[in-house]
Design a binder for this molecule. Structure first.
Ligand SMILES: Cc1cc2nc3c(=O)[nH]c(=O)nc-3n(C[C@H](O)[C@H](O)[C@H](O)COP(=O)(O)OP(=O)(O)OC[C@H]3O[C@@H](n4cnc5c(N)ncnc54)[C@H](O)[C@@H]3O)c2cc1C
Ligand SMILES: NC(=O)c1ccc[n+]([C@@H]2O[C@H](COP(=O)([O-])OP(=O)(O)OC[C@H]3O[C@@H](n4cnc5c(N)ncnc54)[C@H](O)[C@@H]3O)[C@@H](O)[C@H]2O)c1
Length: 454
């Protein structure tokens, strides 16, 4: 065989795996059809969190009079500069990866789109490459609902190329992407309308969190329309008109720009997998076992394309799982991973493990500890009292089942709970820990003093 291993995609798992395989003497090819670094680096986490930071600065500049800070004169948002800063951060990341992949004598970087010809070969730019092992790390792309093809819609990719702030941004989808872009562009100065067909924002969270976020967004002047199924869109002069199936509100809405944030689908539809024995599920995700091996013993699938996580940290952990079975103690397994993530709205929502509705559905006897941010000294001092913290504890084991935190800094102190869950210890360990004053996390031991019935 020409290569010991071929990796398809340079997202969050591929490059680290290439480096590890190469270090262990494998001859590796890594194939990328677009930009090195994949979604997170180019059109996902990195650019959006850079924009979120600019949006927060704008918001603080405009909204600090209650803390005694007055801005005399207007606060201007320069999207061109914001974009240039983002482009620079991305370029630095890409060039680091380029350097890493191009200077390793055991790694061959191939630019082009890979397609499987059979279980042992792929074709790129008309050339065939063979290997004894394959690692698929192809990620995903935005789902474009039918009915929107005829208009000049934006996705998470094209919206990051804008240099002028949209006058009125309509967003289809109230998930992570819709909310992060919605709040950010509102803070940049756009009028923003978020439409979702469901009855709450962030449908995977408990209703009370969806409701709290809707209130926070409305407070910033964002229009949130729920139970609003967006059917199609058409051009109307220089505007875009979206038709909505809804019981309340107008059945049409016009705006200057339309962002489709209606979910993501895996990049498995044009990978030639029909020429292999790799099994997909009915949504196109590659089926994998606990070690991320597909139905073909020498092909593995990592990251968003296996449907087992949709985050950078889960894609990277997929690399760690595969690497553990290749070169380490073989102890890492997919089933050992707790779901955890944050929506980087302001205040952020952070989540680990189960929430109340999942615990209810599973019939687990549990108790809950909770605290509104308004009762936390540090939040009051900061003038950022929106949100609440909730931790769920299994009655029989006293172990933490999960937590949802909505509040300033929640994306950081959720790790107190995450680490405790991985330690496999009862909640009483955090309850009896001494945390630093004044922090939000100092209230986590206090709130755990008296868990109550759910
Ligand atoms: C707007 C947005 C914001 C996000 N924010 C966060 C966040 O804050 N935190 C977080 O954890 N996650 C976030 N995510 C999710 C995160 O970006 C993804 O989960 C992560 O990038 C998945 O990594 P991956 O390795 O599976 O694939 P990707 O990063 O998508 O990489 C796959 C690569 O494979 C390449 N490829 C695909 N098909 C082929 C082919 N046939 N041949 C060759 N190359 C191919 C692609 O070009 C791409 O470069 C965000 C996503 C979006 C869209
Ligand atoms: N902070 C983060 O970690 C982060 C940030 C952004 C994206 N992501 C990743 O990207 C993925 C996709 O995010 P997303 O927000 O696009 O998807 P999502 O599935 O989270 O939300 C899509 C929303 O669109 C709604 N919707 C779909 N079609 C509709 C229609 N025709 N009319 C009205 N509403 C409609 C759905 O009801 C749903 O609430 C996430 O799963 C996540 O993994 C992560």
């Amino acid at each position: 065989m020409e290569f010991d291993a071929i990796i398809i995609g340079t997202g969050q798992a591929g490059p680290s795996l290439a480096a590890s395989l190469a270090k262990n003497g494998y001859k590796v090819a890594i194939i990328e059809k677009e930009h090195l670094g994949g979604t997170c680096v180019n059109v996902g986490c990195t650019p959006t969190k850079a924009y979120v930071a600019s949006a927060r600065r704008a918001f603080i500049a405009k909204n600090s009079a209650d803390l005694g800070i007055e801005v005399n004169g207007s606060v201007a948002v320069n999207l061109k500069v914001i974009k240039e800063r983002k482009d620079k951060i991305i370029a630095d990341s890409r060039s680091g990866l380029d350097n890493m992949l191009n200077t390793n004598e055991n790694i061959t970087l191939i630019h082009g789109k890979a397609r499987f010809l059979d279980n042992y070969s792929v074709e790129v730019n008309g050339k065939t490459y063979e290997a004894s092992k394959f690692y698929i790390n192809v990620g995903g792309k935005p789902r474009i609902p039918e009915g929107f093809e005829g208009v000049n819609y934006l996705t998470n990719e094209s919206i990051l190329e804008l240099e002028e702030i949209p006058e009125h941004l309509i967003i289809v989808g109230g998930g992570y992407i819709g909310l992060e872009f919605g709040q950010m562009f509102r803070r940049f100065g756009s009028k923003v309308t978020i439409l979702d067909r469901g009855d709450q924002l962030l449908k995977k969270e408990d209703l009370e969190f969806g409701k709290a976020i809707a209130e926070i967004f409305k407070g910033e002047g964002i229009e949130v329309r729920l139970n609003s199924d967006c059917i199609n869109a058409k051009k109307s002069g220089d505007q875009i008109e979206v038709s909505i199936n809804c019981k309340e509100g107008s059945p049409t809405i016009k705006g200057s720009h339309l962002l489709l944030a209606a979910g993501r689908i895996p990049n498995t539809d044009d990978l030639g997998l029909e020429n292999t024995n790799v099994n997909l599920d009915d949504r196109g995700y590659i089926r994998v076992n606990d070690e991320l091996q597909t139905s073909v013993h020498h092909i593995w699938a990592l990251g968003d394309c296996n449907g087992e996580g949709a985050f950078t940290h889960t894609a990277y952990n997929d690399f760690q799982i595969v690497n553990s079975h290749l070169f380490e103690d073989k102890k890492r397994l997919l089933s050992d991973r707790y779901t955890c993530y944050a929506a980087f709205i302001d205040p952020p929502l952070a989540r680990v493990g189960m929430n109340a509705s999942e615990i209810g559905k599973a019939g687990i006897q549990a108790r809950v500890s909770s605290r509104p941010m308004a009762k936390i000294a540090r939040a009051k001092e900061m003038g950022e009292t929106q949100g609440m913290l909730k931790i769920y504890i299994e009655e029989s084991t006293e172990k933490i089942l999960g937590a949802t935190f909505l509040g300033t800094g929640a994306d950081e102190y959720i790790h107190t709970v995450i680490d405790q869950m991985y330690a496999g210890q009862p909640y009483t360990i955090i309850r009896d820990a001494v945390h630093i004053h004044p922090t939000v996390s100092e209230l986590i031991p206090t709130m755990l003093e008296q868990p109550r019935e759910m």
